[in-house]
Structure formats: C-alpha cells, structure tokens
Design a protein around this ligand. Structure first.
Ligand code: ZN
Length: 199
C-alpha cells in the first residue's frame, strides 16, 4: 500500500517521479489514517511497467502488503528536521549494531507504516564528482526503490538494497535516454548518480 503525506504530493509524484509518463492510471483517495492512498484506477499493463521502471515501482508499492508513505512538501510530524532526504523502515539494520540498544527509535517510520521516504522537493541535488544536477525524480525513484527492497524484500541497506536501487536507476535512465528523455542526469564518468549525500 502506498500513501502520500499531502494531496499535493500526488502532483510531485506525477511531475517528477513519473515524468514523461502520460498515462492516467492513478488517483488518490483520502484514507482513515488522514493520509492519501494512491490507487490504480485504470489497469497498468505489463507493457507499461516494462517500458517505465518508475511506473513499475509505483505499482509494486501499491500492490505491496507493507505500508509505504512518501512526503515531499513537509516531513511527517515527528520528523521535522532539516534533512533533504529521509528514508526509514521498520527492519533491523546492521549499521546500528555498534549502538547499545541497536537502531534508535527515531530511525523508525511513523506508526502504522513500514517504510517512510521524504525528499525535499525544493532542495537541489548534484552529483558528487561532476557536479551535474540530478533530477528530483531520480532521487525519489532511488529512495522509494531502496525502501521497497528493504521493507518488502527484506534486503538490508548494507546487504544490497542501496546497490539494487542504483541498478534500477541504470535501467530507468537507460530506457529514458533511449526514448530521448535526457532530463535525468548521467555523470561524465559514466557512473550515474553519485550523489552528494549517501542514503
Ligand atoms: Zn541509496
């Protein structure tokens, strides 16, 4: 299941994550939990998900038994910090094994959710080396895929979730460039999306 923090996040999703995708398969519905659930209103055919890795991801999130929430206007209530990107899940994480009590509470998603991704839509993202701009759509795509792998596939961040999300980015960018979609930045080294931050 896939939720959005605010109604306006749906616009961000369509404008950035699903950039170049013109189909009208999705809509949102206000949920009892106060957030907006993304729903499939028109069948998303296999041909579409093969062409569009980004739509495939959205479909996976919607069809998952786990609950994901994405925000880009405002972080959800208790996460009001200055981070550009936040990516939290309810799974164990060996990155925190050196801490006495393991993963700290504030690294868990909001109650009722298994995964939480926040991407500040106003922040500017650049590659570490080439300094080229990275589109916000690519950032959202990466973070949501990573969260999906961790939560739904039980693959820890350190065990490959990050790398698998990068691989998905390769696929997406490759196809988009094939379709003459060049707005997603590819780095000069050929290694794409070496981001300024590492999440
Ligand atoms: Zn990552």
């Amino acid at each position: 299941m896939f939720y959005l923090g605010k109604k306006k996040d749906f616009k961000v999703l369509k404008k950035h994550l699903l950039k170049f995708y013109t189909g009208n398969n999705l809509d949102i519905e206000k949920s009892d939990n106060g957030y907006y659930e993304v729903k499939i209103v028109e069948d998303i055919g296999d041909d579409i998900t093969v062409k569009f890795e980004n739509m495939e991801l959205v479909k996976k999130l919607i069809e998952s038994k786990s609950k994901f929430i994405f925000a880009s206007y405002k972080p959800l209530k208790k996460y009001k910090h200055k981070l550009m990107v936040d990516n939290l899940n309810n799974k164990p994480d060996r990155r925190y094994k050196f801490l006495k009590n393991g993963k700290p509470k504030y690294f868990y998603p909001p109650e009722g959710f298994d995964g939480y991704v926040y991407v500040n839509r106003k922040a500017k993202y650049r590659e570490k080396i080439s300094r080229k701009k990275v589109s916000i759509g690519a950032i959202i795509f990466h973070e949501l895929y990573e969260c999906y792998f961790i939560v739904d596939k039980n693959i820890e961040y350190m065990a490959g979730a990050h790398d698998m999300a990068v691989n998905k980015e390769y696929l997406l960018l490759h196809k988009l460039s094939k379709f003459n979609y060049s707005n997603f930045t590819v780095g000069s080294t050929g290694k794409i999306l070496v981001k300024r931050y590492y999440v």
